[in-house]
Each structure stands twice: as C-alpha cells, then as structure tokens.
Design a protein around this ligand. Sequence first.
Ligand code: HEC
Ligand code: HEC
Length: 211
Amino acid sequence: MTLLRAIRAPLGVLSVVSCTSAPPATRATPATAAATPASNGQPAAAPGRRVPLSRDSLVKLRAVYIAQVMAQIAGKENQPAEQVFKNVQVLKGITAAELVQKMDKDYATAMSWNCTNCHRFAPQGNFASDTSNDKRRARFMQQMQNEINLSQLPKLYPKDTPKVTCATCHRGYNEPAPPEYLLPERGKPGGLPLLPPRPGTGGAALDPHGH
Ligand code: HEC
Ligand code: HEC
C-alpha cells in the first residue's frame, strides 16, 4: 500500500498539471462533467480519479449517523463510554456523548471522512465491529497519541503540557502532508499572520514559542 501511494503521489501532481494546462475545449462537456463532477470550482479530476466529497457534504452525512447513535443511547449520554458501548478499548474515561462528539469533531474531521470509512456496518447501526482496517488503525493511532501526550511530551513540558491531536498530523487528509507542502511563511500571502507583539518588548519580532 505504501508503495502504491508512493507511485500515486507524483502521478497526482502530473494530472493536476495536465488538467490546468488542458485547452478549455477539451474540458467539461456535459457528458464528461457527469462522469467526473467538478467540486467547489476546482478543476475536474482526470478520468478515473476519485473526487473526494466536500467537507460540508461530509458534515451532513455524519449528522445522520450521530442522530442514530444518540437515539440508541438516549438516557445514557452521560454514562462512561466503555459501559454504554460494546467495544471501547482505548477511549475510556469520557462519557458516551463525548465519545460521539470526538468521533465527529476529532477523528472524522481530521481525516475528511464519513463514519462509514471506519464503521462499515454503520448503516446497520453496528459501530462495535472491528472489521475495518481503518478502524483498527485509528485505535492504534489513539494509543500512539496517548503515548506522545501522556508519556513523552510531559518529559519536555512538565507544566502546561501541549497536546497533539489527530488533526496535528492529518490536517483534513487521510495521509499527513509531505514536507513539500510546507505552508507559506508567516506574514506572507497564504501564510499564518504574524504573532502579536509580546507585552513589554516594544513590538520586537518573536519566535512562535516565545523563546
Ligand atoms: C478514523 C476512524 C473513525 C471514524 C471516521 C469514526 N470512528 Fe467511531 N470509532 C473508531 C474507533 C477506533 C473506535 C473504538 C475506540 C476504542 O476502542 O477506544 C470507535 C468507536 C465508536 C463507537 C463505539 C461503538 C461500540 O459499541 O463500541 C461509536 C458509537 C462510534 N465510534 C460512532 C462513530 C460515529 C457516529 C462516527 C461518525 C460521526 C464515527 N464513529 C467515526 C474509529 C472511527
Ligand atoms: C504524530 C502524527 C500522527 C498523529 C497524531 C495521528 N496520526 Fe494517523 N497517521 C499518521 C501517519 C504518518 C500515517 C500513515 C499515513 C500513510 O498511510 O502514509 C497515519 C495513518 C492513519 C490511518 C490510516 C489511513 C490510511 O489511509 O492508511 C488512520 C485511519 C489514522 N491515521 C487515524 C488517526 C486518528 C483517528 C488519529 C487521532 C486519534 C491519528 N491518526 C493521529 C500520523 C499521525
């Protein structure tokens, strides 16, 4: 799979290039537009490439599953997740409602996924099944993240320990961005804004960690 991705990544770049440089006449006749719908004004994908659903559409699709789960657990929302649900191995010590929120706002948002990417039988109301490789990978990721946040980072920052989240690495993609996709520099177009001056420094430039 990793090999496949390694091959696919450069191809993706090529197809974007060929797509943007294609003469307008070859683009988006009604027939091809139906086969490869353009989303949100982005160039239509090359034939055979999957166009991911927009984040707004995913929010709507997930809302249906969230409502379904909240109806199943009505009255038990504030009980511990590991007691309300059947197969919670890592996300213990939060309430059932908090687990559902985490699935939506944290897991699915970080990956730009629907619930069904990890819960194959969500349409049947079954979220406990571990059939999906991606669900098992996500559980591993949660354990890895706990190790970083609860064991490793406190060694460096015993006070006000910072935390990594799924989005720290995934940032809305199922695979973390490669280093070629560094953000533009702070203060430059497309980059994050410059930090506000630290009080008492007379506006001297700061590094992001305040060192
Ligand atoms: C990236 C993968 C991923 C996505 C996307 C995801 N989940 Fe989960 N879900 C998991 C994992 C992993 C667990 C088990 C956590 C554990 O073992 O501590 C879980 C557990 C659950 C459980 C407990 C099931 C039980 O009986 O044990 C429910 C309910 C649930 N998810 C609902 C949802 C809903 C609703 C969505 C969409 C809003 C969603 N999940 C999206 C990975 C995911
Ligand atoms: C420290 C960085 C980091 C954090 C934090 C992290 N991930 Fe990952 N994750 C990765 C990397 C790297 C991969 C491998 C991507 C690849 O296949 O190339 C990955 C892969 C995955 C995959 C498999 C995706 C695929 O297409 O193969 C899932 C699912 C996943 N992560 C879910 C999560 C969830 C859910 C969280 C939060 C609980 C999380 N990750 C937190 C770095 C991270």
